[in-house]
Ligand binder design. Structure first.
Ligand SMILES: Nc1ncnc2c1ncn2[C@@H]1O[C@H](COP(=O)(O)OP(=O)(O)OP(=O)(O)O)[C@@H](O)[C@H]1O
Length: 245
């Protein structure tokens, strides 16, 4: 079993033109944890996940995954669920299973086949004709059937109905490599908080909080969902004040 830090970010910023999507992030993430990456729309969650995965590069600062810069090695140890599906329309479940077997040495095809069968997804089913939620389930099965050191899941439950969410979350915690770490970005905090060991709150590109869930609950005596709502509360737009009319 590997020990030590898995992800280190040193003063990492990412700008898109004049928009600063991530602002001087310093972060250290350990192994064997399930971590919620939580923040409102546009706070920088997807940007952070893409940086860790090496799909985009920081404007400033440095990222190390298992002591290495994002690149060929880190791609081998990261299993990534993007926020949008990437399968070609002609593919069946069997085709995508073969694709993953070919691409990833750590892919356990047997496990993926069993998980599909448990969710009533057949090998001959065509990805194109599936509902959005079923497509997301297939993608999650593929990603969780790798024995990776780091799983990056960008909004894994957004498209599935509440009943399926519980099944999917149980699938995640029962199937990840236990020395590995799972980072899940989501807005659906009350749905996922039961599986989280730690949370990272991100606000306007800044990591404003990184703490263990037990510590937060002990200190504040509230659910993570309530702590999140307090941190990110927005004043509602009230329209024209009646007295001004
Ligand atoms: N390619 C890009 N070009 C320009 N701006 C971008 C680009 N990608 C992201 N941004 C901007 O960076 C900010 C952070 O975006 P990001 O997608 O990381 O947020 P997010 O927290 O994942 O949001 P959501 O919860 O809505 O998916 C946003 O203001 C977004 O408009």
């Amino acid at each position: 079993m590997k020990t030590g830090t898995l992800i280190e970010c040193f003063d990492v910023s990412k700008a898109f033109g004049s928009k600063l999507a991530l602002n001087r992030v310093n972060l250290s993430v350990g192994r064997g944890k399930v971590i919620g990456l939580l923040g409102p729309n546009g706070s920088g969650k997807t940007t952070f996940i893409k940086l860790i995965n090496g799909l985009i590069r920081p404007t400033k600062g440095e990222i190390l995954i298992d002591g290495r810069k994002p690149g060929v090695y880190t791609k081998l140890i990261i299993s990534y669920l993007p926020d949008r599906p990437y399968f070609a329309d002609w593919m069946t479940v069997k085709d995508v299973l073969s694709m993953f077997s070919e691409f990833y040495q750590d892919f356990d095809r047997n496990k993926a086949e069993n998980m599909c069968a448990a969710m009533n997804i057949q090998p001959e089913d065509r990805i194109k004709t599936m509902s959005k939620g079923t497509r997301e389930k297939v993608q999650l099965v593929l990603v969780m059937s790798r024995k990776a050191q780091l799983y990056l899941l960008d909004e894994p439950i957004a498209g599935v109905d509440p009943a399926a969410r519980d099944y999917i979350l149980t699938t995640i915690i029962n199937n990840y490599n236990e020395d590995g770490t799972v980072i899940i970005s989501t807005h659906l905090i009350s749905d996922i908080e039961r599986i989280l060991d730690e949370v990272i709150f991100i606000k306007d590109g800044k990591m404003v909080r990184h703490e263990s869930v037990d510590e937060i609950k002990e200190k504040e005596g509230k659910s993570i969902d309530d702590v999140f709502k307090d941190t990110f509360r927005m004043e509602p737009f009230m329209g024209v004040n009646r007295n001004d009319r």
